[in-house]
Design a binder for this molecule. Structure first.
Ligand SMILES: C[S@@+](CC[C@H](N)C(=O)[O-])C[C@H]1O[C@@H](n2cnc3c(N)ncnc32)[C@H](O)[C@@H]1O
Length: 619
């Protein structure tokens, strides 16, 4: 099948699972999901996702097996112990510090599998709070999408190998032993609430102080991870913490969660305070009522402000009479009090440093500010200066030009700086081009590094999921192995029993296969004919070179191998291992299997002594 066809069939299978069972597996990492489904396909012996879909339609009992394979439930108490140690030592005290005495504490174990993680949390918190406080204040919401896992979690009872990783003092403090079963403390158990919750589809639980979601996010693709993390952000209180699994990093979510202990994957919520809210608070605190009835003060202050302004400026009325000149203007242009009230055009300032009269007329007529930039001026006895002149019409509320303000801004320093800047700019430009080239190279290296980093993260998650899959297969193999051991022991016992029967028999016993190869040769046979079991096994009985005239047995053996074969007895002259002539009775009996088919023949060989009758077996 072509890869696109395979992909299409896989998508149809996922659609089918969503439509019929309500599971949205599209949110899971595709490759891992394919691998796990393919494993199920191998077990039921179908090839191709399309065929598997058909199989599911006629075998609904396959669904639970499939979901078991997809939703890996691998878990453990205190899984990744150093991370739990950090949580207990650094985070739990911080969570408790944000709470008043007796204030409730809400914890969420999301993807709790069979409950080990939720009960670990209960033990850690009970150690921090004390048993009574824990029972009064703490609620642990433990959720998973897998009902079977939740049912096991609700029982709160585990086998010895499952509790082996709980530190002994905690095990004896929090579990009651019943044979090889350990049941979690009943009082603490009441504070753990289990429920089905799908991280992809269901609304989050709210006002959570500590959210534990370990080794679950890594099964989801990046888009679903982002969606779940946004919900977790909503779920947490402003001072809440998030505790993830060893392979889960939150590389691209630094605006919502900030690391508290990155190595142990513990994060704090970034409580979002918007700039707007911040400004609103600022505005409220700054809103003090202005003192009334101080118009006079205002005018005086305005005049003082005008006079003290470091930029030289003058005010003309609508007829061109000089009304005001601030201190800096008076000093710079040598104006004296007698000049106030004179027509501006009579003053030197009206044409030096720049011819202003026409521009004044223009500002007045066009009712807009006129600007003259970089006017050069040589003050008497001083150095050359550059001045920007602004002629601003003063327009009242009715739209009439009441006068003009003229500002003379000394931009000499600025001009010098500009020239220097131009020079530096050119130098900078050259340097900039060089830097830009290096920058582009750096940027592309950086992007590559970022991609590699993300790929590494994803590979890491992928490895961790494969590890869990392996762990789950390992457990299955271990169970099979235990069974095999048991069977082997039983087989050993049966073999030993058979061996002791064969050894205890006073007759020589030889068991032959249908092709007359020797299969069993007991101790008495060795004793009679002087060949060890290893020497005869697998050899054709009729080719054995022993003191028994085997040729004479050909016929009875053949007879016993026939379908209706009956036991026959033959007595022959033979020579035993010591070279003594003996009479030997040989009984050939068919070896019949479970299926009633003849599988070979059993020969019983007994030396007859003179005192005994010819046939030790009777006829
Ligand atoms: C590997 S276990 C992790 C158990 C535990 N948190 C730990 O770290 O030991 C992953 C769990 O995630 C659950 N899970 C998978 N998809 C889920 C979903 N959409 N919503 C909730 N739980 C989900 C599985 O059922 C499984 O129990």
């Amino acid at each position: 099948m072509t890869a696109p066809e395979d992909d299409r069939q896989f998508d149809s299978l996922l659609d089918y699972l969503q439509r019929t069972r309500g599971f949205d597996f599209k949110a899971y990492k595709r490759l891992g999901l394919m691998r796990r489904i393919q494993r199920r396909m191998q077990v039921v012996g179908v090839d191709g996702f399309g065929t598997y879909l058909d199989y599911l339609e006629v075998h609904p009992e396959e669904f639970p097996q499939l979901f078991n394979a997809i939703l890996i439930n691998v878990t453990a108490f205190f899984r990744d112990q150093p991370a739990w140690d950090s949580l207990a030592a650094d985070v739990v005290p911080k969570v408790l510090a944000t709470k008043k005495a007796n204030e409730p504490l809400r914890v969420w174990s999301a993807g709790c599998a069979s409950g080990e993680e939720a009960y670990t949390l209960a033990m850690v918190l009970s150690e921090a709070l004390g048993r009574d406080d824990f029972c009064n204040r703490v609620k642990i919401y433990a959720t998973d999408v897998d009902e079977d896992a939740l049912n096991k979690a609700r029982l709160a009872t585990y086998r010895a190998p499952e509790v082996a990783c709980i530190p002994t003092p905690l095990l004896s403090k929090y579990f009651e032993r019943n044979g090889d079963r350990f049941t979690f403390d009943k009082d603490l158990r009441r504070c753990v609430i289990f429920g089905r919750h799908d991280l992809i589809q269901d609304a989050p639980i709210s006002r959570i102080d500590l959210l534990v979601c370990r080794n679950t996010l890594m099964y989801f693709n990046a888009e679903a991870q982002a969606r779940i993390l946004a919900r977790f952000h909503f779920a947490l209180c402003p001072a809440g913490f998030l505790f993830l699994g060893r392979a889960e990093m939150l590389l691209t979510h630094s605006n919502t969660f900030t690391p508290v202990n990155l190595k142990r994957r513990i994060f704090a919520k970034v409580p979002k305070v918007s700039l707007r809210d911040h400004l609103l608070i600022m505005a409220q605190t700054g809103m003090e009522e202005a003192p009334e009835n101080h118009l006079f003060n205002h005018v005086r202050l305005r005049d003082l402000s005008f006079d003290a302004d470091p930029t030289p400026q003058i005010i003309l009325d609508a007829n061109g009479t000089l009304l005001m000149a601030n201190e800096k203007a008076r000093a710079t242009f040598n104006l004296n009090p007698k000049d106030l009230g004179r027509p501006f055009q009579d003053l030197e300032l009206s044409y030096r440093p720049a011819e202003l009269r026409t521009h004044i007329g223009q500002a007045q007529a066009q009712r807009r500010t006129v600007e003259l930039k970089g006017v050069s001026w040589m003050p008497p006895g001083g150095e050359a200066r550059f001045i920007d002149v602004q002629i601003v019409p003063l327009i009242d509320i009715a739209g009439n030009v009441q006068g003009l303000k003229i500002r003379f801004e000394d931009v000499t320093g600025y001009k010098h700086l500009q020239a220097e800047l131009q020079q530096s700019n050119q130098e900078l430009e050259t340097a900039y081009e060089e830097i830009q080239t290096s920058n582009e190279e750096l940027q592309s290296t950086n992007e590559e590094l970022e991609t590699t980093n993300e790929e590494l993260q994803s590979t890491n998650e992928e490895l961790e999921t494969m590890n869990e899959e392996l762990q789950s297969s390992n457990e299955e193999l271990r169970t099979m192995n235990d069974e095999l051991h048991l069977r082997t022991e039983q087989l050993d016992q049966v073999n030993a029993f058979l061996e002791s029967i064969l050894t205890s028999l006073q007759s020589g016993v030889a068991v032959l296969k249908k092709d007359l190869q020797v299969q069993v040769w007991n101790g008495r046979s060795e004793d009679l004919w002087g060949l060890r079991s290893e020497e005869v096994q697998g050899k054709n009985f009729l080719n054995l070179d022993i003191g028994l005239p085997v040729e004479k047995l050909r016929q009875p053996i053949k007879a016993s191998l026939s379908d209706d074969g009956a036991p026959t007895l033959v007595t022959v002259d033979a020579v035993n291992r010591r070279g003594r002539a003996i009479r030997c009775a040989v009984r050939c009996s068919p070896l019949v299997g479970h299926d009633k088919q003849v599988r070979g023949t059993i020969l019983l060989m007994e030396e007859l002594d003179g005192s005994r009758p010819e046939s030790p077996y009777g006829h």
